[in-house]
Ligand binder design. Structure first.
Ligand code: AMP
Length: 199
């Protein structure tokens, strides 16, 4: 939603890995070992693919990074990439959502195999059960959206990603946004920050 509003490219490292897994490339085989356990793919691999993706011509009009950076090392690499491009990383938005809500959202999430559209069994169900509203594609549950892997991912988040909050706060670029509630409401809160209107 944010990328559409700003005519920017949506760059999701998770999507890049899932496509590579589907195509069984060397990157996909490496990433799958970590993804299945809810662990992070090694920094060097992730940083390399982000750098390559941002070098593509469509990223010149701006990009929304989704799922990156997830470690302080990734954040530092991103700052170096941005500096080389004459850009700065700001604003950084931290979406605040209680872990129990995260578990409910992820365990009920269903994704279209064809177009990647996302649904939730209770919070945002498709019109026809199991089928995508947009393209009629089949909906599936991500392997890492089962409860045991979700809990492992939250643990990884607390240990490896949460330190980024302090990293960006100390640089004065962090804004905390209430991430609870409906998609539209959260998107509007983020838009207000991006437009400089506060929350
Ligand atoms: P996501 O779709 O963002 O939830 O990512 C799914 C999985 O892909 C994660 O659990 C990681 O295994 C891997 N992944 C995605 N982005 C990153 C990243 N920035 N650093 C390391 N691993 C990542």
């Amino acid at each position: 939603m944010i990328a559409d509003r700003h005519h920017a490219v949506h760059v999701s490292t998770g999507d890049i890995f899932r496509t590579a897994v589907k195509k069984r490339t060397a990157l996909g085989l490496e990433a799958k070992r970590y993804m299945d356990r809810g662990q992070l793919v090694p920094d060097a691999t992730v940083i390399g693919i982000v750098e390559e993706r941002l070098a593509e011509p469509d990223a010149e009009r701006g990009f929304v990074l989704d799922g990156f950076p997830r470690t302080v090392d990734q954040a530092q690499a991103l700052e170096a990439i941005a500096q080389r491009r004459g850009q700065s990383i700001a604003p950084v938005i931290n979406l605040l959502v209680p872990h129990e809500d995260v578990v409910k959202r992820l365990s009920g999430r269903r994704v279209c195999r064809e177009c990647g559209a996302m649904y939730h069994l209770i919070l945002a169900p498709p019109t026809n059960a199991g089928l995508c509203n947009r393209c009629n594609g089949e909906l599936y549950q991500r392997d890492d959206d089962h409860e045991d892997t979700i809990l492992a991912r939250l643990d990884v988040y607390t240990r490896q990603t949460d330190p980024l909050v302090q990293h960006y706060r100390s640089r004065g670029v962090l804004t905390e946004v209430d991430g609870t509630g409906q998609q539209d409401a959260v998107a509007n809160r983020i838009a207000a920050v991006l437009d400089g209107r506060g929350q």
